[in-house]
Design a protein around this ligand. Structure first.
Ligand code: SAM
Ligand code: SF4
Length: 327
């Protein structure tokens, strides 16, 4: 499946809910209205879309949300995705609900990689960022457990927002070294439901790297995945762990983007920052055959925009916010 720019689409982000047990300040505001439950796809509908995407050359599927561990049929979803002819199944989660039994089941059913979000290592700050009862230690314990159970690689996503947590960047590098994992520092993107985003709140990649280099000597890693979105570094002293920087705002990687997103309510979203979507729900619910579904998915992929416009003066944030798209 290629787009009009010659990029081959191989990576599917499948959002299974827009609900969440957190209200992270950079993502959801406190009174955010969820989508009506009847609009969300059923398990069979998610699986049908995933199956058709796999037949079109999708190689990686990442389950996301909202908080995907709130999706009641996650076990069945992972089991069935694990039977598809794809190379890789991963999940992004806030790490608050990762119990050993579930991690074992998901691993045995084919989930290979986990990305856990963590935005502060300071308990009080984490509570105020997530506006929930949450604790960094819960996520750190989940990292240890997932590692023991063989998940690999395990990554930590940390959204860095000006005035929120940029003073913890070196602490996050320490976390990466201590646990031998990749910590990915993410520039704040204009996808928060509060519409607070402004360029002043972005801590640019260059500044993050400068802050890191005050504490650690970093060596850039030649990209092992040309479609990987992070600029990655390892530590010059050969300690384990690495740092990735996801600079969607200041160093867009659109030219290498090979992703397609499916929202929890069944829209195909070829670009995070463009409101253009293709609605699969009526097609799924009116008895259309797989060929019709294939055609719409191929059309949506073909129309993937060449790049985003965040840095253009006329940019306006998209209508859908991160939790309703699937990050
Ligand atoms: N709830 C899960 C979590 O937090 O990991 C999965 C869904 S969340 C929407 C996916 C990723 O998007 C998370 O790593 C989160 O930190 C990131 N994210 C959310 N809002 C963002 C924003 N405005 N800018 C950059 N990243 C954001
Ligand atoms: Fe929930 Fe993830 Fe958004 Fe935080 S970033 S509010 S955990 S969906």
């Amino acid at each position: 499946m290629t787009d009009s720019q010659g990029r081959t689409v191989r990576d599917l982000r499948l959002s299974v809910t827009d609900r969440c047990n957190y209200r992270c300040v950079y993502c959801m505001h406190a009174g955010l209205q969820y989508m009506p439950g009847r609009h969300l796809l059923s398990l069979n509908e998610y699986l049908r879309v995933a199956r058709v995407c796999a037949s079109l050359g999708i190689e990686k599927i990442r389950i996301t949300g909202g908080e995907p561990t709130l999706y009641p049929q996650l076990d069945e979803l992972i089991r069935e995705l694990g039977r598809l002819p794809v190379k890789d199944i991963a999940m992004t989660t806030n790490g608050s609900r990762l119990e050993e039994g579930a991690l074992v089941r998901w691993r045995d059913r084919g989930l290979k990689r986990l990305t856990l979000s963590l935005n502060s290592l300071r308990p009080e700050r984490m509570t105020s960022i997530t506006r929930s009862e949450s604790s960094p230690q819960t996520v750190i314990n989940a990292i240890g457990l997932a590692r023991q159970l063989g998940y690999h690689p395990i990554k930590v996503n940390c959204v860095v927002r000006r005035g929120m947590n940029e003073d913890e960047i070196a602490d996050f590098a320490h976390l990466a070294r201590e646990h031998g994992i990749e910590v990915r520092l993410i520039e704040f993107m204009p996808l928060d439901s509060e519409r607070r985003w402004s360029p002043e709140e972005v801590v640019p990649a260059d500044e993050m790297i400068r802050l890191l280099r005050q504490h650690y000597e970093l060596i850039p890693i030649e990209a092992d995945d040309p479609h990987g979105k992070a600029v990655t570094f390892h530590f010059a002293d050969d300690s384990p762990g690495r740092i990735g920087i996801i600079a969607s705002v200041t160093r867009p990687f659109c030219g290498d983007c090979n992703r397609l997103r499916i929202t929890a309510d069944g829209r195909i979203r070829p670009c995070l920052f463009s409101d253009r979507e293709w609605d699969l729900r009526p097609i799924l619910r009116n008895g259309a055959d797989d060929e019709r579904l294939r055609r719409v998915i191929i059309d949506a992929a073909w129309a993937k925009p060449a790049g985003h416009e965040i840095n253009s003066p006329s940019f306006t944030p998209p209508d859908r916010t991160m939790s309703a798209i699937g990050g």
